[in-house]
Design a protein around this ligand. Structure first.
Ligand code: PRP
Ligand code: URA
Length: 213
């Protein structure tokens, strides 16, 4: 895959370790859900190194008063792409408990592999927030591209996208369609199969999170 200025692929041993367990077909639904949350928390820590709105406050220590930088109130909105993106929300809430959540419902048409939007509910004032769009799987990139486009049409100006596993095809597609969006991917897999599944991947993330198969 080409190098893109707006793509950050994590190469962290701790994340790699957790992804290895996540991929394993023997991993239970409970463990899968917990791992998705843990990986998301680690990714969020790194992804928000830059671009988080901050504010200064006065703090009185036992010795003196000092000025400190803190994350601005109500600065972040999480937007999971349903269903599988829901599995990542708690992993961000651990760090930002007051982050509001918007939902975009999309499913891939199994024949054309193109996304179809069936739901969209976003918090008021989202256009002025840092929006974190989350989905564990970035396969053809269709769902990510359309979600980001939808958010831009609603006026969102600062958007970051986080996926746990990306396929080169999908990462390139989103990076080129949305050069102004930072794309964070924990690991880049080999390719897609003829059904649009990521190889080696982990199977269907939604089914594994919610036990639907
Ligand atoms: C999966 C996944 C992404 C999408 C990725 O969702 O969670 O949203 O596929 O594929 P793409 O990059 O080719 O668009 P799916 O459509 O299976 O819906 P689900 O989460 O409800 O299972
Ligand atoms: N969606 C998934 O859940 N898994 C894939 O491999 C591709 C899309």
């Amino acid at each position: 895959m080409k190098n893109y200025d707006n793509v950050i692929i994590f190469d962290h041993p701790l994340i790699r370790h957790k992804i290895a367990i996540l991929r394993d077909e023997r991993t239970s639904m409970k463990e899968f859900r917990e791992l998705v949350e843990e990986i998301t928390t680690l990714m969020t820590y790194e992804s928000l190194k830059e671009g988080v709105p901050t504010t200064e406050i006065e703090v009185k220590t036992p010795l003196e008063t000092c000025t400190q930088t803190v994350v601005a109130d109500n600065a972040i909105v999480i937007v999971p792409i349903l269903r599988a993106g829901l599995g990542m929300v708690n992993g961000i809430h651990v760090l930002f408990p007051s982050a509001r959540v918007g939902h975009i419902g999309m499913y891939r048409n199994e024949e054309t592999l193109t996304p179809e939007t069936y739901y969209c509910k976003l918090p008021q004032g989202i256009e002025d927030k840092l929006v974190l769009v989350v989905d564990p799987m970035l396969a053809t990139g269709g769902s990510a591209c359309d979600s980001i486009q939808l958010l831009k049409e609603k006026g969102c100006k600062q958007i970051k996208f986080m996926a746990i596993i990306g396929a080169p095809e999908g990462v390139s597609k989103v990076a080129e369609a949305h050069p102004d969006v930072d794309i964070y991917v924990s690991t880049l897999d080999r390719c897609l199969n003829e059904h649009g599944y990521i190889l080696p991947g982990l199977g269907d993330a939604g089914d594994r999170l919610f036990g639907t198969k």
